[in-house]
Design a protein around this ligand. Sequence first.
Ligand SMILES: *Cc1c(COP(=O)(O)O)cnc(C)c1O
Length: 315
Amino acid sequence: MREFAKVSLGIYPTPLYRLSGVSAKLGTNVWIKRDDLCGVALGGNKVRKLEYLLADAKAKGYELVMTTGQAQSNHAMLTAACALKLGMKPVLVLKKRGVCARRGNQVLNYLMGVDVRFVDTDSYDDIYRAMDRIADELGMPAYKIPCGGSNALGSVGYVDCMREIAESGVAFDAAVCACGSGGTAAGVALGAALHMPGTRVIAAMVDTDPFDVIVPEIMRESARLLDVRTELPTPEFINLCGPGYSIPSEEGNEAIRLMLQSEGIVLDACYTGKAFAGLVRLAREGRFKPTDNVLFIHTGGAGGLFAQDWEKENM
Ligand SMILES: *Cc1c(COP(=O)(O)O)cnc(C)c1O
């Protein structure tokens, strides 16, 4: 397996432990991998990806880093935090979608003093054109990170995460993670194939993109980068999107309450609440045995919880 340079940004390994309250309620052994506790800003899955992406940017001599997403993007906020930590200049070129006011992750972008530009578009082509224009304006070449940091190199961060989990020695029957742009699920599935071949990977889709095409494609490209020739079993996809991307669902909000009330662990309404709801749904359908070890990968996202208007719960 080929190795890639990475910069150290998070505190790894993140905690991994069994959730006794949730396990008792769901009738199977539920474990959690706390990638929300990785030590940068409010934590989250993007930090593992950025350890590779920003190492690549540095190696290629870039000082300016740009990325995109919606207004409350955890990925964009973490890209800014990580770039600043490395002494690089971040510019966030965000879709003017979602809560653009100074709430949630936008509070952190504001306090970091980040250059945030909103573009009123649904098209990433428009966003990348805006990035080129801004780079020209600043007179610096920009290292452009795609939405969610979801490319072949970023996904290698989750191959690492699965190796870290394998080193715990616990045999997991299944691993559940949120799937929003696909890079995490791709890395988890590739990492499972390499390091935990007995573990079934379940990707809880929180958006409506064709992940059954996107995720295997990223897996193939990551495997090519790493120069591994293993069989690539695709994850099992379950649909947890509900009323739409970043719109809370009843099922997701119930799962947020279950996790917070039983374990004191904070999930969010866009990603991790819905993903955990997927695990809860499968457990209630009897898909896990009482002796199974089922892993929930906590991918962060707390910031988004505080952007939402909880006076009207489903907004
Ligand atoms: C981005 C994100 C995800 C989804 O990861 P992808 O690699 O984009 O599929 C899950 N949880 C949180 C909190 C995120 O910010």
